[in-house]
Design a protein around this ligand. Structure first.
Ligand SMILES: [Zn+2]
Length: 233
C-alpha cells in the first residue's frame, strides 16, 4: 500500500526524468504498482479511509510519484458535470499512455492545479488542451483509445506530464499567472459555471463574462483560499 511517506516530492530528480515504456506481460512488481496506484486514489477519495491512513486525496497519480520511472498512471476522476453521479467520469490504469491528438483550443481550471508531489500552493492558470485523444494499454496489454474533453482531459494531461518529467507549474505564465490564452476555456466548478464546458461556441459575451469572473476570483483569492479545495494529482 502507498502511504504519504512513499510519495516523492518536488526536488527529487525522479520527478524530472523521462519514464521508460513498459513491456508486456507486466512483471509482478508492475502488477503490484498498477494495483497500488489505483488503491491509493480510491482510499484517498474516501474521507474516512484517507484520515485513517493519513493520505492526501487525489484524482490521479503517476509512477514517478512513488519513485519509479515507468510509464504508468492511474486516474479516478469524479464526474464534476454531474455532482450527484455515483460513477466516476473516468477510472483507469494507463500503461504507456500517449496523447495522439490535441484540440487547438486550450482550457484551464480557475482554481489552478494541485499535485501530490508539490506541497506548496502555486496559483495560476495551468494551460492544457481542451480535448485530447489518448492511446494507452491496460494491465493486460490491450490497446484503448480515449477521447476526453475538459476536466478528465486536464487530469490525464497532468498525469502524462509526470511521465515526461513535467510538473503542472511549468505551464503557468510566471509573468502574469492569470493571463488567458486566446479562446481558452476556463473551468470554474466551484461556482458551477462549467456549463460552458459543453459544445457552445466561443463568443465575445462569454469572453467578457469570463474576464470579470477571473478578476473577481483574483480579488477574492486570499479570502477564499481556505475554501477552495484543489484536486491533487
Ligand atoms: Zn501531479
Amino acid at each position: 500500500m502507498i502511504l504519504a511517506k512513499d510519495i516523492t516530492k518536488d526536488g527529487n530528480p525522479v520527478l524530472r526524468r523521462k519514464s521508460h515504456p513498459i513491456k508486456f506481460p507486466l512483471n509482478q512488481q508492475q502488477q503490484k504498482l498498477a494495483h497500488d496506484l489505483m488503491q491509493y486514489l480510491v482510499i484517498g477519495q474516501d474521507p474516512v479511509q484517507a484520515k485513517k491512513y493519513n493520505i492526501m486525496g487525489g484524482v490521479g497519480i503517476a509512477a514517478p510519484q512513488v519513485g519509479l520511472n515507468e510509464m504508468m498512471v492511474a486516474v479516478l476522476v469524479p464526474d464534476k458535470m454531474h455532482p450527484q453521479a455515483t460513477k466516476p467520469a473516468l477510472k483507469a490504469v494507463m500503461v504507456n499512455p500517449v496523447i495522439t491528438s490535441r484540440s487547438k483550443q486550450d482550457c484551464a481550471l480557475i482554481t489552478g492545479e494541485g499535485c501530490l508531489s508539490v506541497d506548496r500552493d502555486i496559483p495560476g492558470l495551468v494551460h492544457r488542451s481542451k480535448k485530447v485523444t489518448i492511446n494507452y494499454q491496460d494491465v493486460h496489454g490491450k490497446h484503448h483509445l480515449l477521447h476526453l474533453v475538459g476536466y478528465p482531459a486536464i487530469v490525464c494531461q497532468h498525469e502524462i506530464d509526470h511521465l515526461h518529467g513535467h510538473l503542472f507549474y511549468d505551464h503557468i505564465n510566471q509573468a502574469d499567472r492569470y493571463a488567458e490564452i486566446p479562446h481558452e476555456m476556463v473551468l470554474d466548478f466551484a461556482k458551477n459555471t462549467d456549463k460552458e464546458f459543453g459544445s457552445k461556441d466561443h463568443d465575445a459575451s462569454t469572453d467578457s463574462y469570463r474576464a470579470v469572473r477571473i478578476r473577481s476570483y483574483i480579488k477574492n483569492e486570499a479570502k477564499t483560499k481556505q475554501n477552495v479545495l484543489k484536486d491533487n494529482h
